[in-house]
Design a protein around this ligand. Structure first.
Ligand SMILES: [Zn+2]
Length: 373
């Protein structure tokens, strides 16, 4: 699979705008499919030349006959295949590509211009986590395609929170509605046994490394405390033998006692890490099987990294099942129908492994008991 990609051949199902093709000598590739290819070309040109927003380009494309959801359209505009290239490793940034044997729909220049615009947009609007608007920065407006921001408004007795679009659209969606759909969807994800095993292996390996680090750190701190205590005792002898005066002894003692107290704090923070980590190890698996409960118990920082790993950037809020909110690797990971297929695709398996590693690295500070598998 990877070799085919490096040779510039597209071997999966053809992306929209192309059809699969097999040459007389048996090599698989893709060829342009009209009218989709032309519609896509116009869309790229519209976006790259600032003639309209991405959503204008999307609506024009749909009117011209393109069958594609908003979220897929967003992804389409970021797929190097349309510039005649084959993406090899999507987990690397920038995506590693090789020149494809197929014909591009747009030039590399036009494609890069669109990527630059997206990157700029991303940077400009990148915002921190806010507990009232956890999905802020991820979801886009279903009416105009702009990224939604957060706002509160005071009702008669309580405050309401909204994901809010900017002028002139002002579309707004209650944050509770979004959270409910998000959590309900998280609850439906059931992890295939294969990945649960993979996850357990990842966590055990992490545990081994982490235990070594903690043991080493603790050992060093204890050794240092012993040395300091020893030096205080020596200073005391010097005092008793009248080599130093009481003030000098007092200064030395205070100095070492401060250092010992600091080392004591270091040890207790190691112990805290140890407890947190063994909790994570013992619950490995439960997390992935009860994603909604897992997400709910995370603190703000961990929630943010969780969302960064599972959500897709630029998804338009459709208000339905919430499926479009989650990124492709995450959805692939939870799809038992695709396990066999993924096994043969080293790119997908690498993505899932990376995702599992990222999820395993999320700290769980608010520990609660939750029942699981
Ligand atoms: Zn809007």
């Amino acid at each position: 699979m990877r070799r085919a990609k490096e040779q510039g051949r597209w071997v999966n199902k053809a992306p929209i705008g192309y059809s699969n093709y097999c040459s007389p000598d048996g090599l698989k590739s893709i060829i342009l499919k009209e009218p989709e290819a032309s519609i896509i070309r116009i869309a790229f040109e519209e976006v790259s030349s600032f003639r309209g927003t991405t959503i204008d380009a999307y609506l024009n494309a749909v009117n011209a006959g393109l069958k594609c959801s908003r979220s897929n359209f967003w992804r389409l505009l970021q797929n190097p295949v349309y510039a005649g290239n084959i993406p090899i490793a999507k987990i690397e940034t920038p995506v590693r590509i090789s020149p494809g044997l197929h014909v591009g729909i747009v030039t590399v220049e036009v494609f890069e211009k669109v990527q630059q615009l997206f990157r700029k947009e991303d940077k400009k609007r990148s915002v921190g986590f806010h507990p009232n608007f956890p999905l802020r920065g991820f979801i886009h407006c279903n009416k105009c395609g702009r990224r939604l921001t957060g706002s509160g408004s005071s009702g008669r007795s309580e405050k309401y929170y909204y994901y809010h679009c900017v002028s002139p659209c002002y579309n707004r969606i209650r944050t509770e509605v979004v959270s409910e759909v998000f959590l309900r969807k998280l609850k439906t994800f059931k992890l295939p046994e294969e990945y649960l095993l993979l996850y357990r292996n990842i966590v055990s390996e992490m545990y081994r490394k982490e235990s070594n680090r903690i043991e080493l750190g603790k050992g060093n701190a204890i050794k240092a405390i012993e040395q300091f205590a020893d030096r205080v005792a020596k200073a005391k002898n010097l005092l008793l033998d009248a080599h130093i005066d009481f003030k000098a002894y007092g200064d030395i003692k205070r100095d070492f006692e401060t250092k010992i107290a600091m080392l004591g704090n270091t040890i207790s923070s190691y112990s805290k890490d140890q407890i947190e980590f063994s909790y994570r190890v013992n619950n490995a698996g439960k997390y992935l099987s009860k994603m909604d409960a897992f997400y709910t118990m995370l603190d703000e920082k961990s929630k943010r990294s969780f969302l960064n790993n599972v959500l897709t950037k630029g998804a338009c809020w459709e208000g339905g099942s919430g499926d479009e909110l989650f990124n492709l690797s995450f959805r692939k990971m939870y799809s038992s129908e695709q396990v066999a297929e993924i096994k043969n695709e080293d790119n997908s398996l690498a993505q899932i492994t990376q995702l599992l590693k990222n999820l395993a690295a999320i700290k769980v500070d608010n520990r609660v008991e939750f029942e699981g598998v």
